[in-house]
Structures are given as C-alpha cells and as structure tokens.
Design a protein around this ligand. Sequence first.
Ligand code: AMP
Length: 354
Amino acid sequence: MTVAPGSTIGIVGGGQLGRMLAIAAAQLGYKCHIYAPDEAPPAAEVSARFTRGDWSDEGALARFGSEVDVATYEFENIAAAPLAALAAQVPLYPRPSALAIAQDRVSEKQFVLGLGGEPAAFAPVDTREALGAALAQVGTPAILKTRRFGYDGKGQARIMSPADADAAWEAVRGAPSILEAFVDFEAEFSLLLCRSASGETLTWDAPRNTHVNGILDRSEVPGGPEIASAAAQAAPLARKVAEALDYVGVIALEFFACQGRPIFNEMAPRVHNSGHWTIEGAITSQFENHIRAICGLPLGATGLAASRVTMRNLIGTDADDWRDILSDPAAHLHLYGKGEARPGRKMGHVTRLG
Ligand code: AMP
C-alpha cells in the first residue's frame, strides 16, 4: 500500500522526534497530525493539525486514527489497549507488537537472546528477595533498572556490592525491575536500521555514542575501529530483529562494544537521538526514511554525506549558547522550540560535518 504525498500522517507523541519526523514529512509533501497530551508540544508547531489527548484515551486515539491516512509513534510508553484502538482505525507502523517487546527490558533482552544476540547477564527482579537471588546469579558490579518507563538513565541504580541492594531497591521504588551485569565496555554504539513494507532493509554507519549522566551527549561517525568491527557483527542481528517483528520504519538497537563484540543493551522501535546526525550527515536521514517506509515509498540511500560527522545534544541551558554555536559557520543548529530549559531536558542539538 502506498500513502501518496498530500496524505496525512498521524504521529502519536509531540516531542522533538515528532517534530523532526513532521519536518521530513513536509518536505515530501505530507501533512502531519500530532496526538499528545501537552498544551503546545514541539511537534505541533510544525504540523498541520494537533489533537490534545491523554495516552490512555482509547476513544480519542480511535477518532485521531480515523482522521489520518497512516499512523506512527515517537513515544514509547503507551499501553496496549489504546494503541490497539488506534491500530483498529488505520495502518500503524511500526506494528504495536514491536512496541510491546521494546517496552519491557526483560522481554527485549529475551527476544534478542532468542535471535542469537548477546546481552549482559541479567535476571528479572520483582521483589527485594528476588534482588538478593539475582545478585548471587549476576554478581557485582551490576545495575538495577525498572523494566518499564525508564529513559535517559532514570529508574536506575548501580550496585557495587551486595550492601548497596537496599538503596537500589529503594531507588527503583520496588517497581518490577531487571538486574544487569555491569559491562566494562570500550565504547557505546547504536545501529539504526530502516525496513520497508516490502522487506528491504538499510542501515546507517554506527555512531560512537557518549553518555553523560545517563543522557546521550554526543554521537560521532565514524565511530572508530572497535565500533566498526562490533557493528559489523550487530548488523545481521538487527536485520533478524526487524524481520522477526515484520518491522516497518526505523528501529534503533543500542550496544556496548566489549572486547570486539556487540553486547546488546536495548532497542527503541522508533527514530532515535543517536540518529540525529543523519539529517545533514547522511544522504537520507532517519526521519525521511521512516516516513518513506511507513508510506510505502522506496527508501533513500543511507551513505555518509561527509567523511566525519559529530552531533552534540544541547541539554538544559546548553541551548542558551546558540549565538556562539552559530559563530561556527559549519555548525547546523537545531532547536526544538521547548520553552523552559530544565536540567536534563533535551533542548536542541548541533551537527558538524567534516
Ligand atoms: P539505558 O537506559 O539502558 O540506555 O542506560 C543508560 C546508560 O547507562 C547507557 O547508555 C550506559 O552508558 C549506562 N549503562 C546502562 N546499562 C549498563 C550496563 N549493563 N553496563 C554498563 N553501563 C551501562
């Protein structure tokens, strides 16, 4: 099925990812309709229509679905029932089954393990007693993470020795969690893949991702030799994941490069922060290819547009330096139109080529 230019794409979620998707869609002649609970979400500013509604409002999501020609999401924490209400009205890509797996850190690791991927040792933890047993199994140092709703290092606690267990259990507030062995990695990278409805897959060069306080700070391409070799092993796994999910659109898999091997950390069934560099740094961006895929158009080439690309996130008040950033004529500045620069909030990013 082809959704022709001129049609309306529904995007569930109104953040910067939705904003950049809507900008890419507009370039191809589509109109976007944003669904989000916020009063003035960044994506709505650049879209033709906006519906304000709760994530859990099945009726509102069904109405929204009846008003668009195809739908996608840029926000992951939507429950199955409201998503099903939307999918009953309109083709929804990626399919909700991909979201169901990726929403839960245990199920995504089990899923990838089943396809031959290698996550760090892990154990599900539902009670304080289970945490003790998991620590005996996984060892220390380890990280306790909530199974759901975690992002940017939120809902995580490091456990250096079993004596830290009580504090870690308190940090996750007793929520269903996962204990993961701490990976002594050389570098972090992500693999972004786009799959079309007809099953064609393309990947972009894997960026070296550096995190500060659990938040992505920068992505650099090329990522260096250890990333190139680990990413070459991760690419067939990413294809298997996309095929097993009958995936349509962009999916991001995050890995640790550890002794030359890709250790799987997590996946996101959507466009991803570590792919922002593709807007100027690749022949076709992750946003454009996601729109092409969900609309049934041919995918665009993913090769590099420069020998070297660096993307830096502008977190909190970093974005106040926009004048300085623009004093470098080679800098591509992206600001997301968010009002208040709260600490840890992603306000924009800057990409440099060459
Ligand atoms: P996550 O929310 O799982 O992406 O974790 C955020 C960041 O915490 C990662 O990008 C890593 O820098 C770090 N981290 C998460 N899990 C581990 C682990 N098992 N071993 C070492 N570092 C980790």
